[in-house]
Design a protein around this ligand. Structure first.
Ligand code: GLC
Ligand code: GLC
Length: 636
């Protein structure tokens, strides 16, 4: 088949049959230009996904109508950017917040904008705020209506007002695009339950043998909720595909009707003012019998097709990938044609691994393989988020270092849940798998880094170490290439909160231990001199300001430095005459940096941005316990 010819013919037919007259003239012209530009790729992608459907072409026409419909009203078209994509800038600092836990409701959140602004936040991820089942909604990730703000948080109008208020202050808004599943209370699911064939095909409603056949090759994601990935539904007498909770029904993207319908929902999120969409659980969206149904080639085709829809309908919006999977697979989602931004779960997990072991070998070896991503894309670096910590790294790499992956994960779980004697951490296990003992870890940054335990012990030295650990992790997050993403409350030194155990809708899900409703007391503690919280908050604020005032933090050139000392993590960033050298000591003992000064010309004269009284010369002789240095070198 001559694809170019077929694509041209198809577009011409669609154009001749579609009425674009409702779109105001200027926007119409720009839209049609973008459609011309991207339709060939869109056509090819749709053929790959849906070419075997006899009615594929009708769906293509409906898709173009959907994209056009979005142009009728005027929407936010993005904040002004510079020469390079805004998300690569040194001025960018992100934070993820729950509307209710951070501000009470949408109006309360608007009142917190001055705080965000004073901290330097420019990228605000609002955890899912859509209508969702009442008691348990997986923290909002079971969406019942993408077009409606959860009434307990506010109204659509207030969300738009929030978006406007953020944009006025140069803060971009990030919304969740939860497209792998809907809640079982979504109108599509309800129609399916009522027997509507069209909507039954929106999901996977299977007979037992078929469900079993799929299940045989799947990973269990929430094994304490239910074994396997299917839930029996009595009303329809079928097994429903539910990768996560039983009330989260996986959408069937092998059906083009689903794709087009979800594009429509996606554009609604854009209309609310989103600048970035976070692609939730994107690894699971394409399923094929006999496979793991994770990160299949067509999952990528599908995401690229969504991205092409954005390029045509809302070109200022970008995708962020939430792939918490094997590092090689994480990287496969990153590209200008797929997800321009991606969480960096490898670095996150290995920061914690290095803190526990006091060794940076696995961190270094893993980053050497996986840190480089295509030009123009970015990592979103984070230390904690609303989810658990999963120990994803490449076992072939740990194996080469003599580390058995399974044993080491067991150790890390023991360590961070405080079951390992001598551990500083107060974490809580999550989803302990009864068959293989696997688990993941929950807890706030401060509690996992030892602030909670040291505080309780009253030992000033332990507390000092814990506070340095917090600074170490935050300081690496803020200085590595990528967009740093803080998690609400961690910047205030918030500790674990066990009150979720009293709420029946939450008690079974230990991730709530680090989803604390922040109160005035938390902000006050952080503002009160002498408290550990104050130290964490002021360290954080100072590092953010430094990052924002030095262009070197936008440098793309990056080089890991291998120290002879197993406790040390070090890297260089360069931009013309400027160099940044970051050195971190992951142990509570003073140690040698183990770096060859000759490899870093000019280091003797370099100034430490984090402490005005250290120069490179001293630091290259000895590193203090948990030392962190940001050396700035400017060659003549
Ligand atoms: C993502 C979310 C997580 C949620 C899951 C299912 O991984 O981050 O909180 O449980 O998707 O939607
Ligand atoms: C699994 C999924 C990830 C999700 C997490 C939620 O690890 O791979 O997408 O964030 O579960 O706990």
């Amino acid at each position: 088949m001559d694809i170019a010819y077929e694509s041209r013919k198809t577009l011409d037919t669609i154009l001749s049959e579609t009425d674009f007259s409702e779109i105001p003239a200027r926007r119409r012209k720009a839209f049609l230009n973008r459609l011309e530009q991207h339709f060939p790729a869109l056509f090819e992608h749709l053929l790959t996904l849906y070419g075997n459907h006899y009615d594929a072409w009708l769906h293509m026409r409906r898709l173009v109508e959907t994209l056009a419909q979005h142009q009728v009203k005027k929407h936010h078209a993005g904040l002004p950017g510079g020469n390079q994509p805004w998300y690569l800038g040194e001025d960018q600092v992100g934070m993820a917040v729950y509307v209710d836990l951070f501000g009470g409701d949408l109006n309360g959140l608007i009142e917190r904008i001055p705080y965000l602004e004073s901290l330097g936040i420019t990228y605000l991820h609002l955890m899912p705020l859509y209508e969702a089942p009442k008691e348990n909604s997986d923290g909002g990730y079971a969406v019942s209506d993408y077009r409606k703000v959860d009434p307990k948080l506010g109204t659509n109008k207030q969300l738009k007002a929030l978006a406007d208020a953020l944009h006025k202050r140069g803060i971009r808004m990030v919304l969740d695009f939860v497209f792998n599943h809907t809640s079982d209370e979504h109108a599509w699911a309800k129609a399916a339950l009522a027997g509507d064939r069209r909507y039954q095909d929106f999901y996977y409603l299977l007979d037992e043998p078929e469900a079993r056949a799929y299940d045989a090759t799947l990973r269990e994601i929430f094994p304490t909720v239910r074994r396997g990935s299917f839930t029996y539904n009595e009303t329809v007498g079928k097994w429903v595909w539910t990768t996560f909770n039983s009330f989260q029904w996986d959408l069937n993207y092998s059906n083009p009707d689903v794709f087009v319908s979800v594009v429509d929902e996606m554009l609604h999120l854009v209309a609310m003012g989103a600048d970035v969409l976070r692609l939730d659980a994107l690894a699971f969206v394409w399923k094929e019998l006999g496979t793991v149904c994770e990160s299949l080639p067509k999952a990528h085709t599908l995401i690229q097709t969504f991205n092409l829809c954005l390029r045509i309908a809302a070109p200022h919006v970008h995708f962020k990938s939430e792939a918490i999977v094997h590092p090689d697979q994480v990287n496969e989602y990153i590209g200008l044609d797929e997800c321009e931004l991606s969480y960096n779960p490898l670095m996150m997990a290995l920061m914690w691994e290095s803190l526990a072991t006091r060794r940076t070998g696995l961190l270094n070896a893993s980053l050497e393989r996986s840190f480089t991503i295509p030009e123009g894309t970015t990592w979103v670096n984070y230390i904690r988020c609303h989810d658990d910590i999963g120990w994803t790294w490449d076992d072939a790499i740990s194996g080469r270092l003599g580390i058995n992956g399974q044993d080491h994960r067991y150790f890390l779980n023991q360590f961070y849940t405080g079951r390992f004697s001598g551990s500083f951490a107060n974490g809580v296990p999550f989803q302990e798998n009864p068959s293989n003992g696997d688990c993941r870890v929950c807890g706030t940054l401060a509690s996992l880094a030892g602030v909670e335990q040291a505080g309780a012990s009253g030992d000033p030295q332990l507390l000092e170490h814990a506070l340095r650990r917090v600074k170490l992790l935050n300081g690496i997050e803020l200085s590595m290439p990528g967009l740093p993403l803080l998690y609400q409350g961690d910047e205030l030194g918030a500790l674990n909160d066990h009150s979720y155990l009293k709420d029946p809708g939450k008690a079974e899900d230990s991730r709530w231990v680090h989803r604390k409703a922040l109160t005035e007391a938390d902000f006050t503690a952080a503002a009160t001199k002498g408290t550990p919280q104050n130290r964490i908050a002021t360290d954080m604020a100072a590092m953010i300001q430094l990052r924002k005032s030095h262009e070197i933090f936008a440098a793309q050139a990056f080089e890991l430095l291998r120290s002879d000392n197993p406790h040390v993590f070090a890297f260089l960033r360069r931009n013309g005459p400027e160099t940044l050298l970051v050195i971190a000591n992951f142990s509570e003992h003073s140690t040698q940096p183990g770096l060859d000064p000759a490899a870093i010309p000019g280091i003797d004269a370099a100034r430490d941005l984090l402490s005005s009284d250290t120069t490179g010369k001293g630091a290259l002789q000895e590193l203090e316990p948990y030392a962190l240095h940001w050396f700035h070198l400017q060659s003549a």
